[in-house]
Write a protein of this length. Structure first.
Length: 229
């Protein structure tokens, strides 16, 4: 298993009145990528940010002269029309839910044709069979450990065996596919999440709700890293 642990603070928990500053501050504190949640008040019961906001934060997503990836998670239905807009706005990764696409393979091809990495998102009760004919096309599998729509929810423990099962599938491919977990990840449970096989950890309130971003990100990284030692 890849020993790299990536921390992806979720902007859903950031201060929207100073979003650019928040992005710069968590990157300075050690964030590896920025998780950008897109909700449409249709597929999920909430409404968040669009491509213009993604474009606005793009200049802030740098560490020195190196770009920091924007990890766009589309919780929208239908999904295909928004994908080119987010690719143009600077997304590095675009993930979507299979239930939101009429043709999952076509949507994956669309993302990859735009030069963007492609991810598939599975909710807690979404079966793993969606990966049967898609895994070889994916750069990332995102497992939701809460039901999508709101930040600040508690981690659903029954997702841990699912993380283990997806890790086995990824290992069987021999490819470098990221395994991301999103929802209720914090310093208290991050070791279990990493032990199950996650290598990319989305954290919203656990980072943005902390007074010290450096300390919050370091605690997550140390907890996850302990699972690999």
């Amino acid at each position: 298993m890849n020993e790299t642990i990536r921390i992806a603070p979720s902007l859903l928990s950031a201060d929207f009145a100073r979003l650019g500053e928040e992005v710069s501050e968590v990157i300075a504190a050690g964030a590896d990528l920025i998780h950008f949640d897109v909700m449409d008040n249709h597929y999920v019961p909430n409404l968040t940010m669009g491509p213009m906001v993604c474009q606005a934060i793009k200049p802030h997503c740098r560490r020195g002269d190196q770009p920091v990836p924007i990890d766009v998670h589309l919780m929208v239905k239908p999904v295909d029309a928004l994908i080119p807009l987010f690719a143009q706005a600077g997304a590095s990764i675009i993930s979507f839910h299979p239930e939101a696409s009429e043709h999952v393979d076509r949507t994956l091809q669309l993302i990859r044709s735009l030069g963007v990495k492609a991810g598939l998102v599975l909710n807690p009760a979404t079966p793993l069979h969606w990966l049967d004919h898609t895994l070889e096309q994916l750069d990332l599998v995102l497992l939701m450990s809460v039901n999508p729509g709101f930040g600040g929810q508690a981690f659903i423990d029954s997702v841990l065996p699912k993380i283990e099962a997806v890790r086995r599938r990824i290992e069987a491919t021999g490819r470098d596919i990221w395994l991301e977990v999103d929802g209720g990840v914090n310093a208290a449970n991050v070791r279990r999440v990493a032990e199950a096989g996650a290598d990319t950890l989305v954290a919203g309130s656990a980072v943005f709700g902390a007074g010290d971003y450096h300390r919050a990100i370091a605690a997550l990284r140390d907890g996850a890293g302990a699972a690999r030692r």
